[in-house]
Design a protein around this ligand. Structure first.
Ligand code: PA5
Length: 441
């Protein structure tokens, strides 16, 4: 496994002296992670997960996935945030956004990540008449969006297969002992998988949260874990390895008012990976009135929408471009006799070469236009790369947040809107807030 951090397009923005200068801060942040003595240190379970995972549960995940694949047409995965994005990012990264259109695959639909009736109704229609299973994922077991979807989908499951089939067709991924969902599972006898206490939602992709949906989609989860284990081996030292260096560069750029990180890929299959990254970094770093704002783009598609802003707009952006070297399914451009579209100069070129040149041309243009570009290049699109990449970013995010002086593992800010929502919906215990909000707004 190999990851190359190309700093060619950073040279005008970050000097070697600056990188040397920040090294002590990197070492301190690294030691918070390694020695587990920084803020949020009870949420560092992700750090050794690729080596220390529960092997018995891992086998149960594979067996459960086999049963769903053999007897089901569809798995509906209900969850939001960290209980949703990783699994979807993985499936789309290794297949594409069109995974569910592939023949001979168990379809995987995601529900409970919005409050949209249109979206939930669409899923109800898609599963109608199918043999389907339900994987509810929630660490707290009380999150509103998945809880509502779960309630609606249980009704459908009971209608489709009868009450007695519920314990066969519902699989819950939740806390080991706490929460309403865990209690319900114990009462009803649903199969459960565990989100370990010391692994937070956005760091949970390499637990059953991500692994069960991945396995149902036909992804070899042993290979995912071995890729992640390789990343543990590669980044568990405090040298300026790619992970520590990336964390350092992000902070140096932030200190120069580059406050927006645009995660970029030239492959549409990375669209949901960008979403996973947005959550990972946004929830980990955006606190205490600090933090890099994470955004995502797919190039060259978005060069035709955001390209103008990036090139000539406010100079607040830096890019992190994620790519892989080897492409499995290439296309060769053919020569035509009349050259009516004027493209014969591309004859015999692979489309992947053209995509690479678009990447290089864009990085040069953006760098010259005042936009620093960090390039992260992986070998190829496969399970091992996926596991490696998840671990690389989780670790880089923890180190980076510690460098910037915040607790990477909490998310106190997400409670504010929830409290208002409960108050406005008339939930018991929120009466005073309801009155206050209705007076003020
Ligand atoms: O990263 C996080 O902790 C959050 O994004 C959670 O994953 C998200 O809010 C869902 O929470 P839960 O799994 O408790 O339903």
């Amino acid at each position: 496994m190999h990851l190359k951090l190309n700093d060619e397009f950073l040279k005008p923005f970050v000097s070697l002296e600056e990188l040397d200068g920040i090294e002590p801060e990197v070492k301190r942040a690294f030691s918070y992670v390694e020695n587990e003595n920084g803020p949020g240190n009870d949420f560092l379970g992700w750090k050794t997960l690729p080596l220390d995972y529960d092997k018995e549960e891992f086998d149960r995940i594979k067996k459960c996935a086999d049963k769903i694949k053999q007897t089901g047409d569809v798995l509906v995965v209900v969850g939001i945030g960290g209980s949703y994005l990783g699994a979807r990012a993985a499936i789309e990264f290794l297949y594409s956004q069109n995974y569910n259109a592939l023949k001979d695959k168990t379809k995987v639909y995601f529900a409970g990540n919005t409050l949209s009736p249109e979206s939930l109704n669409e899923i109800l229609q898609l599963i109608d008449g199918k043999s389907w299973y339900l994987n509810i994922i929630s660490k707290s077991g009380t999150t509103t969006e998945p809880s509502i979807a779960f309630r609606v989908l249980i009704e459908k499951l009971e209608k489709d297969f009868g009450k007695e089939a519920l314990s066969e067709r519902i699989i819950a991924t939740t806390d080991k002992s706490r929460g309403a969902l865990k209690q319900l599972c114990d009462e009803k006898g649903y199969e459960t998988f565990v989100i370990p206490d010391n692994v937070g939602g956005r760091y949970s992709v390499l637990t059953a949260v991500g692994l069960l949906p991945m396995a149902v989609a036909g992804i070899d989860i042993d290979k995912v874990m071995s890729g992640a284990a390789q990343a543990v081996a590669d980044f568990s030292d405090d040298s300026m390895n790619a992970c520590n260096k990336y964390a350092a560069i992000r902070n140096l750029l932030y200190r120069k008012d580059k406050t927006v990180e645009l995660f970029v890929s030239y492959e549409p299959s990375c669209l949901m990976l960008n979403e996973w990254l947005k959550q990972l970094f946004g929830e980990s770093e955006g606190k205490d009135e600090k933090g890099i704002f994470p955004a995502g783009a797919i190039f060259s598609t978005d060069l035709h929408s955001l390209g103008q802003y990036i090139q000539e707009g406010k100079k607040q952006i830096f890019e992190t471009v994620i790519s892989y070297k080897t492409v499995d399914n290439d296309i060769i451009i053919k020569e035509t006799e009349d050259n009516s579209d004027g493209l014969n100069f591309l004859a015999d070129k692979k489309l992947s070469e053209i995509n690479d040149i678009a990447k290089r041309a864009t990085s040069i243009a953006h760098c010259n236009g005042g936009v620093p570009v960090i390039e992260l290049e992986f070998e190829k699109r496969d399970e091992a790369t996926l596991g490696y990449l998840f671990y690389f970013f989780e670790r880089a995010c923890g180190i980076s947040a510690y460098i910037s002086g915040v607790n990477p593992f909490n998310q106190p800010g997400v409670e504010s809107y929830k409290k208002n929502m409960f108050a406005l919906l008339g939930k018991e215990g929120f009466e005073e807030l309801k009155e206050k909000l209705e007076k003020e707004f």
